[in-house]
Design a protein around this ligand. Structure first.
Ligand SMILES: *Cc1c(COP(=O)(O)O)cnc(C)c1O
Length: 459
């Protein structure tokens, strides 16, 4: 064992080698030395535990180069999202529009008028410019922007009904992935949840009977990710607003995704629109920036001026506010909605959601012969119709027809397919598909850079 230890090179010796000097020039002395120390430690552990030098000995420089490159790689790796879920929360939801990307890089470079009004002496507030734009697009009186829609719901509750009762239908006590549950948020905001109605049926009289001296708010939550079918009854916003007006209580709606456009014109499933709820008289409506809107992660609240002022003045707003990059991306995204006729072209989310199945079929026919030679030996490749999902809390039953290239292991083993999926996850630009019915599916809906895709999968 001692002879093995004596074969370990010294760090000083290694650092004098030309290959390591090149690495030092690239990565810096400190980082290279740190990596060499780790390698030395790994080598000692290998000798103690396995009685042998590590596999990479004596190629220390090469191993150092590999480790340094791996550690220098960004933790946020661009991937090909071929999962079939367009707004994939774990893959960062909406891809941004080019104009939003440009807007972000512009404001990143230096000072901007974030809270500074050029034409008045007074300090502007950071949501001001976007609030005007949001009012134009939704018909609301004012707006407030926070970090995400979960934050928007928390802020609305904490600012409008602290220590008070908030009345919600039992059918709307939703859980969204990642531990967002209405009853929990309610508790965190310091409100008391009052559930009314039953799971399948809630009537206006249920809300009315639940009112007390301590009622603070009537709330509606859009049941984004599930549907109650059959013998059902819900109270719509307009009815609830009428009750709210009678008893002097605001009505707020957590819309989840929301869409500023009527998606039915694109043959997509209908999604409630913030502007319709504002028109129905709802006091505040909240929705996400990075779901169907197609922008950056943000929570958008639109509604009555006096209530938005309460949100803006609440201490939580300071904790939940967004930075200049988010505001820049959101502003650029919202501006695209001024030209709805160009939106399919300019907004990637809408472009991907509305891709014609025929286009994906042609793409599959182009790609299949290019991929085949590299995989033929162990897999049979096929073009297959498939169903994509919108994702991000949209109804899982609403599916979009498309096409996939599928890989079936010739040996019929699940482990062969898993190994393929794993190999693709380790590529320089990982390819993420889904395994289903003993096939690995690459749903082509979100594939735009075909050249890079073919290069990635065949080199
Ligand atoms: C998605 C969703 C949320 C959470 O929104 P984030 O922007 O992800 O924080 C809250 N409520 C509903 C109804 C949702 O669909």
């Amino acid at each position: 064992m001692n002879t093995l230890f004596s074969q370990l090179p010294s760090i000083d010796g290694l650092l004098r080698e030309p290959a390591l000097q090149a690495l030092t020039a690239q990565y810096g002395h400190q980082f290279v030395t740190h990596t060499l120390r780790q390698m030395q430690e790994d080598a000692r552990t290998a000798i103690l535990k396995e009685g042998a030098l590590p596999k990479w000995h004596p190629a220390w420089a090469q191993q150092a180069a590999t480790r340094l490159a791996a550690q220098q790689q960004s933790a946020l790796r661009p991937v090909f999202n071929l999962t079939g879920t367009v707004l994939h929360t774990n893959l960062g939801r909406a891809p941004l529009a080019e104009s939003a990307i440009e807007a972000v890089s512009t404001v990143m470079r230096g000072a901007v008028t974030l809270e500074y009004a050029l034409d008045e002496a007074e300090r502007g507030h950071r949501d001001r410019a976007l609030a005007s734009l949001l009012c134009e697009l939704t018909g609301a009186e004012d707006a407030c922007i926070v970090n995400n829609n979960a934050a928007a719901v928390l802020l609305m509750l904490a600012a409008l009904a602290p220590g008070k009762e908030v009345v919600v239908s039992r059918g709307e006590l939703v859980e969204i992935g990642g531990a967002f549950r209405i009853p929990d948020v309610m508790r965190q905001a310091g409100c008391q949840l009052v559930e009314v109605g039953t799971t399948n049926r809630t009537h206006l009289k249920d809300y009315r009977q639940a009112l007390s001296d301590n009622s603070g708010l009537l709330m509606k939550v859009h049941t984004s990710n599930y549907q109650i079918a059959g013998f059902t009854k819900t109270v719509d916003e307009a009815e609830l607003v009428a009750l709210g007006n009678q008893v002097g209580l605001p009505v707020v709606t957590d819309l989840g995704s929301g869409s500023l456009l009527d998606l039915r014109q694109y043959q997509l499933p209908a999604e409630p629109m913030p502007q319709s709820l504002i028109a129905a008289g709802v006091s505040l409506v909240s929705f996400s920036g990075d779901k169907l809107l197609g922008g950056p992660q943000a929570g958008i609240i639109v509604g009555k001026k006096a209530l938005i002022a309460k949100l803006q003045q609440h201490p939580l707003k300071r904790a939940l506010r967004v930075d200049k990059m988010t505001l820049a991306a959101l502003e650029a995204t919202l501006k695209l909605y001024r030209q709805p006729e160009l939106l399919r072209q300019n907004l990637p989310t809408l472009r991907l959601l509305t891709r014609p199945a025929q286009e994906m079929l042609c793409q599959a026919e182009r790609l299949l012969p290019q991929l085949q030679p590299a995989y033929d030996a162990h897999f049979s490749l096929e073009i297959a119709p498939c169903w994509s999902q919108i994702g991000s809390g949209s109804l899982p039953v609403d599916r979009l027809p498309g096409y996939a290239i599928t890989f079936r292991a010739k040996d019929g083993r699940g482990s062969t397919l898993n190994a393929l999926a794993q190999r693709w996850r380790r590529l320089a630009m990982p390819v993420i598909g889904r395994i289903q019915e003993q096939r690995l599916w690459l749903d082509l809906r979100c594939l735009e850079d075909e050249t890079r895709f073919v290069q990635t999968l065949t080199s």
